[in-house]
Design a protein around this ligand. Sequence first.
Ligand code: TNX
Length: 647
Amino acid sequence: MTKGLVLTNFWDASTRELMLELRNQGSAAMTVSGLQVSGIVRFDEGAVIAGAQISTSISNATRFVPPLPVGLVPGEAWRIVASQLVFPLQHWNDAVTGAYAILSSGEIVPVRVAPPVLAGSNEPPRRGLRAFPAPQALADPIAVSPWPRAVAIAAIGETPQGLAPTGVSPAARAAIAGFEQLTHALFPGEGLVRPRDEGGLVIHLEEDADFGPEAYAITFTPDAVRVAASYRAGFLYGLITLGQVLRGAQRFPQAYGFPSDGTISDNPALGFRGCHLDVARQFYASAEIRHFLNIMAWHKLNRFHWHLTDDEGWRIEIDAYPELTRVGAWRGEGLAMPPLLGSGAKRHGGFYSKAAVRQIVAHAETIGVTVVPEIDFPGHCFAIVTAMPHLADPDEAGAYGSVQGFANNCLNPAVEAIYPVIETILGEVIALFPGSPIHVGADEVPKMAWQGSPLAQSMLRALGASEAEALQVACTKRIKRFLDRQGRITGAWEEAAHFGGIDRKDTYLVGWSTPEACRRLADLGYDVVVSPGQAYYLDMAQDTHFLEPGASWAGIVDAETAYRYDPRQGWSAAQAERLLGIQACIWCEAMGDRAHFDRLVFPRLWAIAETAWTEPDRKDFRRLANGFALYPVMYQHWQSGASEAAA
Ligand code: TNX
């Protein structure tokens, strides 16, 4: 039962003070003896707190206690002021987003968190997607993104009522089935695919031996359309192009049409066209994942990097260790995992059962997407360490902290017992993702990790090294050898190249810290997926303004900046041979509010998808942006307020 407690964050950018005001807006008096908060903001050691003391703190989960229980009659407030924060707030979503109070009776009471207030401003914080203007008539008369390799339209004809694809080869038929599934899911009730009897224009899918796996060609004539391809993916992409062209012509006839004469021939610039989603910080139901996969497929993205584990949660069922999800998938008051990143007292979270994973993998396959699971070792392991505390070095003394403020959040590479556990976990994961690369993390081990572990220190001496990262790489090397034996490609973040690095063969690394770091991976002989935070991290804010959501440690990235970034810029021909592709990353610290998801992910994902597919000299931001109003988004959270409607 809510009792009318409301928490408001007041941020003063000039003094860098955050005031948390807990007000009793109910009708009964209460006595409060504690306030538990979570959000992105952390009240690290060093922060100066007035009005309360911190009684417990794990990353962003903080419990404030007053010097004496605070009696709050209706209308009264308890104020806590924090200054000298190690990470001052940059954007409004950095504030406290989840809270509950502990009454002196011991009762736990939910607290409603009001939108933050910025000192000196009466503007509301921005949430949801800016509306996109209706497309205008530009030089290119068809709506397609990513833009194809070659487009030659001789005439625009009448717009058909729908498409009736037909084909006899197994590849063509599988593509038709995938396309139907995709359009029905993304555009229910539009009748994009319909039988001839209902006005569907016949689309002939014809197999031709000369096409690459994802290539296709379309020939338009007044009576019929032909799609030629050699493989299922090529047919599917040809159909998606036609589906986009049709929707453009139907919805915005002033801007787009459907050709009656002409050709499109197409082939992607890059083979690895990825998007990553962090389901550990915030959990996403299977239905959300399926919808997101559909959105990816509509823009011809073909790799889904599923970040299934992190400090804040373990999201995949492992039969051998049910505690991983029993403990690691749920956060809440009184649970081993505290409420984090906006979750409250009530048990919050979730995980994917094996059946759910199989369904998602099968669905992805149907629409041309390979799912790459990531199980992050040995860093970012607070959830597994919490679920399996016996994996620590029993003689470890002291504590180290991660960038995200978790203590002792890594598996210890010097503890032999971790390896059979890792192999058992990966064995089960491998069985769920037939043929996929397996990404094993290997990122962000704290510099001070394992300093108090005698086992780790003697392993370091044996390696002749002094830095924790050397142990991390040794651990990843061993995991890599296991995956080699299972016949799988190993994926990892860029840190796996440090200290000599893991074996190059059957490996790809995702570069994330800077564009230069990505290029260096190529120099070291790794296949590289380029995903620098400065261009492709979709949790970065699109504007410096405090009331704009997002993070900014890697920079401010609007859609045009993301689009103009050229992943090959400065690469030599030899380096470029190592470029597998690019990937957007959706880190989800801020996505507890799904309005942020829509605002941060779109339209930037479409911009990155076009860079992945379209050759640099064919890119055109004006043409791409002209079509934004056509593309499906996740949640339909649109920004309210007319003044910003046409940004
Ligand atoms: C860095 S990039 C991380 C993530 C965070 C992200 C937030 C990388 C390998 N690690 O753990 O979520 O920044 O932007």
